[in-house]
Design a protein around this ligand. Structure first.
Ligand SMILES: *[C@@H]1O[C@H](CO)[C@@H](O)[C@H](O)[C@H]1NC(C)=O
Ligand SMILES: *[C@@H]1O[C@H](CO)[C@@H](O)[C@H](O)[C@H]1NC(C)=O
Ligand SMILES: *[C@@H]1O[C@H](CO)[C@@H](O)[C@H](O)[C@H]1NC(C)=O
Ligand SMILES: *[C@@H]1O[C@H](CO)[C@@H](O)[C@H](O)[C@H]1NC(C)=O
Ligand SMILES: *[C@@H]1O[C@H](CO)[C@@H](O)[C@H](O)[C@H]1NC(C)=O
Ligand SMILES: *[C@@H]1O[C@H](CO)[C@@H](O)[C@H](O)[C@H]1NC(C)=O
Ligand SMILES: *[C@@H]1O[C@H](CO)[C@@H](O)[C@H](O)[C@H]1NC(C)=O
Ligand SMILES: *[C@@H]1O[C@H](CO)[C@@H](O)[C@H](O)[C@H]1NC(C)=O
Ligand SMILES: *[C@@H]1O[C@H](CO)[C@@H](O)[C@H](O)[C@H]1NC(C)=O
Ligand SMILES: *[C@@H]1O[C@H](CO)[C@@H](O)[C@H](O)[C@H]1NC(C)=O
Ligand SMILES: *[C@@H]1O[C@H](CO)[C@@H](O)[C@H](O)[C@H]1NC(C)=O
Ligand SMILES: *[C@@H]1O[C@H](CO)[C@@H](O)[C@H](O)[C@H]1NC(C)=O
Length: 833
């Protein structure tokens, strides 16, 4: 009896534990363990930079997994959802959870076989194929967007045939869309945007009849769009922008009758815009910009009665704007700049009472501006030229159109008008403001580079809200007194006032209590008057003003954030007080005749200087250590000087901030610094006398895109180990003492490599570049005319890649997009051109 009791007790005890676990907790213990294991596969990296949109609310990331406790019910853990009946974990939402690390193919996640929804978006995850999520065959929703996943995912998830939602945007995935995409017949949402996908869209896409949203933007897709897209009758949003699609836009798109948004910009579409698009009666947003479309704009587009935004910027569209446009009565944005449109001002537009943004610039419009332009009562922005968004505020440059005649003074009566951009036309006559509606809402008046005659009328003072005034290249003498009437003025563009004699900087600054921006470039500026004018200016352009000594009066401009004093003839030392200006973030000293930096221990250095350009001067001696004390420095350009000695060790102080370092064309000696510059994107030390090896610390430069060490005396073997740098695009080793064999290495994003004029030896296998996916997969097969062959003894050959072997060198040049196209906004910080 006793014995059997004891036995029973033991038996029951185990049973009770099992029972208790399942009764108190919904969670299945083995699934809880999987989750805990999964958590351990990653580190937590807290960062404010990943913001997430949760149900329309923008929230910061936080580590959801940190609240997970082994002894609590995993079905209630943050991000975990269980099925009420089966108790299986069916949904895992770890978006925005600060997860960091490699996603291994042996991840424990594959054991959550009942998972239906997996969201790992907005983390710092990376990892390559083979991709294990393909084993989660019950998944219906998969989101991996905004990570650094790579590899070829599509063939591996083909078996997850129940997928309805697939969001892979903003990763490094590559490969083609397989024909078998047609098997995802339940798919309603497909977003592959911002990856490295290439190839054609397969015809089978037309089978995905449930698809509501298709986004393929910012990839390298090419070829024609298949006409089968016309079958996707439920589609409401189609985004193919930022690819290399070509050929005609298929007229079958006119059958996608529920479409509300159609984005085709940044491609190579040619020929006519199909008139069938006029059938897309629900369309609200249509963007064709930056293609090669020609012929006339079809008048059927006038049927798009819900259209609020139409953008045809940068094509070869000709003819006139169709008169049917007068029926687009919901249109608020119309952008047709940079085409070949002709005719007079399109009066059909005068019926569009909701129009608030009109850009007609850079076309072949002629004639005068109609006085009844005032019927555009909601017009806010009126452009007749092209703006370029460049880093520096004074480079909002203007380009031409050919409007002539006087500026209708009625324009100034438009009650809503806030901005008039008419720079670079041939408007003439004298400027008149007429009956300025009071109070005028006009905030921007941009009239530079026209042929106006005579003075600027003093009635300009009625533009009480004017913040931006551009009268650059004004042909008559400008009376600076008018500026003191404009109380709201913040930005004043006065470059190249040919008819105005020497401008006294002190006098101009005295007109203002405070001014955000003053552009005096290209004038003859006198800056010797030392009378104090304190705290007026924030951004000052004095480039090319014939200045010979550093303007002492800037010493009291404590608001100064940006100073461009390049292209002058300033001699001597850069004054020490500059580093004390507490807000100075951008300083361009290039192309002067400075010989050194004044150093003085008295000075407390400015802590905010982010960009320092000092190229093309006569600086000599060692690179001053005061540079190392500029703790916010991101760009340092000291190229084309006579600096000697070694790169100062203390530059390591800038290891977390420095993004661009250019010391090209000096006489620097010694070795490259051994610090780990984790933010450095571009390092150019070319044309110096550096020796030693490439420091192995380079592998920690995880942001590095450009490395140029050309024309030094670096003596090392081929740095195949740089292949761990995910962002490296340009590697220039030419003219050094590199030697030994060129190892096989797969640089993930390399576009340009130059290893010529070294002492490399041995054989280069003919498939050497096969793994340089970025280079060989680019337009190689598309444009064979780029095939070139240099050198004397070829030992291998890959289409589109140029190399030869004379003294053992390869020169590969491919894909210049990185320097021009998409990254044009960065132009200032990519010194290697
Ligand atoms: C969780 O706790 C259970 C028992 O309490 C244990 O068996 C299991 O190994 C733990 N899991 C992890 C991942 O720590
Ligand atoms: C998965 O594989 C990686 C290396 O491939 C290894 O470091 C890790 O320990 C493995 N994890 C598990 C859970 O087996
Ligand atoms: C997909 O399923 C087929 C048939 O079940 C199988 O042969 C194939 O290996 C699977 N593919 C992947 C990538 O899992
Ligand atoms: C769907 O998948 C099956 C089996 O993997 C394959 O034979 C078929 O060709 C696929 N269908 C399409 C349209 O890709
Ligand atoms: C598109 O629909 C037509 C019928 O409208 C059909 O014949 C064709 O096969 C479909 N194409 C695809 C790719 O589904
Ligand atoms: C679509 O547009 C074309 C050309 O504009 C026209 O011929 C056709 O009849 C339209 N189809 C429908 C269904 O409206
Ligand atoms: C504007 O004036 C032109 C003539 O200059 C006239 O043809 C057009 O009908 C007018 N439009 C409106 C909306 O008043
Ligand atoms: C456009 O405006 C003019 C002048 O007000 C008017 O005669 C014409 O009927 C309007 N057109 C449309 C389509 O509303
Ligand atoms: C210097 O500027 C002040 C105005 O700030 C002016 O009154 C004075 O006359 C100027 N001095 C010279 C020498 O131009
Ligand atoms: C340097 O500045 C001078 C004016 O001082 C100018 O003529 C020259 O073009 C500038 N050089 C460069 C390279 O910008
Ligand atoms: C940057 O330099 C500081 C001080 O020299 C050092 O503590 C830190 O570890 C360095 N960071 C990196 C990423 O090397
Ligand atoms: C490179 O360094 C090796 C020793 O590591 C030396 O033998 C060789 O001469 C050097 N080459 C040059 C060109 O300096």
């Amino acid at each position: 009896m006793t014995l059997s009791c004891l036995f029973l007790f033991i038996f029951n005890f185990q049973d009770v534990i099992a029972f208790a676990t399942t009764a108190r907790y919904l969670c299945r213990p083995e699934q809880r363990n999987v989750l805990l294991e999964f958590r351990k596969e990653f580190k937590i990296r807290r960062s404010s930079s990943k913001l997430c949109n949760i149900n329309g609310r923008i929230v910061g990331s936080y580590p959801k997994t940190e609240s997970w406790e082994n002894n609590s019910d995993c079905c209630y853990w943050d991000g975990v959802t269980c099925d009420a009946k089966s108790k299986d974990v069916i949904k895992l939402d770890l978006s925005c959870s600060c997860l960091h690390g490699r996603f291994h193919s042996n991840t424990s996640l594959v054991r959550l076989q009942n998972l239906k929804t997996l969201d790992l978006s907005n983390n710092y995850l990376y990892g390559q194929i083979p991709f294990p999520v393909g084993e989660l065959s019950r998944l219906t929703s998969l989101s991996l967007s905004n990570n650094r996943f790579s590899g070829q995912i599509l063939p591996f998830i083909v078996n997850i045939s129940h997928l309805t939602f697939l969001h892979l945007s903003n990763n490094l995935f590559w490969g083609h869309i397989p024909f078998s995409i047609g098997n995802f017949s339940h798919l309603t949402f497909l977003d592959l945007s911002s990856n490295h996908f290439a190839g054609h869209i397969p015809y089978s896409i037309g089978i995905l009849s449930q698809l509501k949203s298709l986004r393929l933007s910012d990839n390298q897709f090419s070829g024609q769009i298949p006409s089968s897209l016309g079958n996707l009758s439920d589609l409401t949003s189609l985004d193919l922008s930022g690819n290399q699609f070509s050929g005609q836009i298929p007229s079958s798109l006119g059958k996608v009758s529920h479409l509300t948004s159609l984005q085709l910009f940044d491609n190579q579409f040619s020929n006519q815009i199909p008139s069938s698009l006029g059938n897309l009666s629900h369309l609200t947003s249509l963007d064709f910009s930056h293609n090669q479309l020609s012929d006339q704009i079809p008048s059927s587009l006038g049927k798009l009665s819900h259209l609020t935004s139409l953008d045809c910027y940068d094509n070869s569209l000709a003819g006139q704007i169709p008169s049917s446009f007068s029926r687009l009565n919901q249109l608020s944005n119309l952008v047709v700049n940079s085409n070949k449109l002709t005719g007079k001002f399109p009066i059909a537009l005068l019926n569009l009472t909701k129009l608030s943004y009109l850009s007609l610039s850079n076309n072949r419009f002629t004639g005068t501006l109609p006085p009844n332009i005032t019927s555009l009562s909601n017009l806010e922005f009126f452009f007749f030229f092209e703006t370029q968004l460049i880093l520096m505020p004074w480079k909002e440059l203007a380009y031409d159109n050919a409007f002539v005649g006087a500026l209708p003074s009625s324009l100034f009566n438009l009650p809503s008008l806030t901005s008039i951009y008419l720079t670079n036309n041939q408007l003439g006559g004298s400027l008149k403001f007429g009956n300025i509606s009071s109070p005028s809402k006009l905030r921007v008046l941009s009239l530079g580079s026209n042929q106006f005659k005579g003075p600027i009328p003093s009635s300009i003072s009625k533009l009480v809200n004017l913040e931006v005034l551009d009268i650059s290249h004004w042909n008559s003498n400008v009376d600076f007194g008018i500026f003191s009437l404009l109380r709201s003025l913040q930005r004043l563009y006065l470059s190249h006032l040919r008819a105005t004699p020497t401008i006294d900087l002190n006098t101009v600054l005295s007109c203002f209590k405070s001014l955000d921006l003053l552009d005096l470039s290209g004038n003859h500026v006198l800056a010797t008057n030392k009378t104090t004018v304190s705290d007026v200016i924030s951004n000052l352009n004095l480039s090319g003003c014939g200045i010979t000594e550093f303007p002492e009066l800037l010493r009291t401009q404590t608001l100064l954030q940006t100073l461009d004093i390049s292209n002058n003839k300033i001699k001597g030392h850069v004054p020490g007080w500059l580093w004390m200006l507490p807000n100075l973030g951008y300083l361009d000293l290039s192309n002067n005749t400075f010989i050194g930096f004044e150093t003085s221990t008295r000075h407390k250095l400015s802590s905010v200087l982010g960009h320092l350009f000092g190229s093309n001067n006569n600086f000599s001696g060692e690179v001053p250590s005061l540079i190392c004390e500029l703790h916010s420095l991101r760009t340092l350009d000291l190229s084309n000087n006579n600096f000697s000695g070694s790169i100062p060790l203390c530059i390591g102080n800038l290891n977390s901030t420095l993004s661009v370092l250019n010391v090209r064309q000096n006489r620097l000696s010694g070795c490259l610094p051994r610090n780990a510059f984790e933010s450095l994107r571009s390092l150019d030390v070319g044309h110096n006398q550096l020796v030693g090896k490439l420091p192995r610390s380079l592998v920690h430069f995880s942001a590095l895109e450009v490395l140029n060490v050309e024309s030094n005396m670096i003596n090392d073997t081929f740095p195949f180990w740089l292949n761990s740098l995910q962002e490296l695009r340009v590697l220039v080793l030419r003219s050094n003492a590199f030697h030994g064999p060129v190892h096989q290495a797969s640089f993930p994003n390399l576009q340009i490599i130059d290893i010529s004029h070294n002492h490399f030896s041995g054989i280069l296998p003919s498939d050497y570049f096969v793994n340089l996916r970025k280079m060989s997969s680019l337009e190689v097969n598309k444009d064979r005319s780029n095939l070139k062959y240099t050198g004397e003894a070829a030992i291998g050959f890959v289409p589109g890649i140029v190399f030869g072997l004379a003294i053992g060198y390869i020169l590969v040049c491919y894909k210049t997009e990185w320097f021009s196209g998409r990254n044009k906004h960065r132009s200032r910080s990519t010194p290697t051109r």
